[in-house]
Design a protein around this ligand. Structure first.
Ligand code: UDP
Length: 358
């Protein structure tokens, strides 16, 4: 039986890991789950383990609330202890957070093969901490599971064909999760009733990317634009705790529905029933597409360029006029969402099948 240590720590990683863990278990792998503690609030962490039935972590390193350097360093120290004890055949990391990079560096320095899920994504913006995490993790991975053709092409352009690694296009594990949990969320979520949105058109918004939250001008412009949009159509924003703290410090008082972060089932209901999505999240841009909703991305670039090229997503940055213009254009737009960009819900199976051959 092959032993895999899976390292997660932040909300998007719980969602990505859910289907992969389920599939690894079905395939007979011995999986040890390490939670670094990067996200720790109940509604940023535990709710996903509960709702998505992810096995509870074997280790919780409880490393949180530190600067990037301190967080990554402490994670490495603790992950090293776990890896020395568990002696896995392979380490599995997801996405682009500090937990991803800490897991990747530690595994590689112990000569343990590393598999990276969601490899090959690039924003080409090195100011983003996530971009650094992705580039470095990809470079030292033995197996790179790529969600899209663009991701594979990015790696090839960077010369990965010549490196000692294997590139596998497996599709998007978030698509697997959306397909698997969508029907369950119908019975399990009461969010629309709670917000009195059952019969009401609304748009869904999230903001947490550092480039927006750490720039007062940008964050103000985004909230001002959403206030304006709310006069026309209800805006619902499950707000990241960090962003909540920042807008409080800046004295920003949104006029729309700002709620605490929601669990995955509530999020799926909001996605299914909204008319449009505004976000600077990576995952949510794709989820909008999975549920046939147009998206306005509150950034200047995206890793999911196929969505912009297909006309499903519009980049609006944090400029008020561009956001309002994108709201008008994307609200009126009709698109055919049946194009297959992210696979057919079998991305996790491809991962388990491939790892079983190693
Ligand atoms: N999400 C959620 N509840 C929320 C906000 C986001 O369940 O209140 C989910 C969202 O549906 C997506 C994931 O969290 O699956 C995205 O995480 P996030 O936006 O934090 O990170 P990113 O994708 O930008 O790395």
């Amino acid at each position: 039986m092959k032993k895999i240590v899976t390292i997660v720590g932040a909300r998007p990683q719980f969602i990505k890991a859910a289907m992969v863990s389920r599939t690894l278990k079905a395939k007979g792998f011995d999986e040890v789950i390490v939670h670094t503690g990067q996200h720790f609030d109940k509604n940023m962490s535990e709710v996903f383990f509960e709702e998505m039935e992810i096995p509870y972590p074997d280790y919780n390193l409880e490393i949180q609330g530190l600067s990037h350097g301190a967080m990554t360093g402490r994670m490495m120290e603790s992950i090293e202890d776990v890896l020395l004890k568990e002696k896995p055949d392979m380490v599995l990391v997801f996405g682009d957070t500090n937990s991803t990079l800490a897991g990747a560096l530690t595994a590689t320095k112990l000569n343990i093969p590393l598999a990276h899920v969601e490899a090959g994504l690039r924003s080409f913006n090195n100011q983003m901490p996530e971009e650094i995490n992705r580039i470095l993790t990809d470079r030292i991975s033995s197996v790179l599971f790529c969600p899209t053709n663009v991701a594979v092409a990015n790696l090839k352009k960077e010369g990965f064909d010549n490196f000692d690694c294997q590139i596998v296009k497996n599709g998007d594990v978030m698509q697997d999760a959306a397909l698997f949990y969508a029907a369950k969320s119908d019975d399990r979520s009461t969010i629309l009733k709670k917000l009195d949105l059952e019969e009401k058109p609304f748009v869904l918004a999230t903001v947490h990317r550092q480039e927006n939250t750490d720039n007062p001008e940008r964050i103000r412009a985004i909230f001002d634009s959403l206030n304006e949009i709310h006069r026309d159509k209800a805006v619902v924003m499950p707000l990241h705790p960090r962003t909540r703290q920042i807008i409080k410090n800046l004295g920003i008082e949104p006029a729309f529905h700002v709620i605490d972060p929601v669990g995955y089932f509530d999020m799926l209901q909001l996605l299914k029933n909204c008319q449009l999505v505004f976000t600077d999240s990576g995952g949510l841009q794709k989820e909008a597409f999975f549920f046939a909703k147009h998206c306005v991305t509150l950034r200047e670039e995206t890793e999911w360029t196929e969505l912009v090229e297909g006309g499903f997503n519009r980049l609006a940055g944090s400029d008020g006029n561009r956001i309002l213009e994108a709201y008008r254009t994307m609200s009126a737009k009709q698109s055919d969402f049946s194009v297959n960009l992210y696979g057919d819900g079998e991305a996790s199976k491809v991962i388990a099948d491939f790892l079983a051959t190693l």
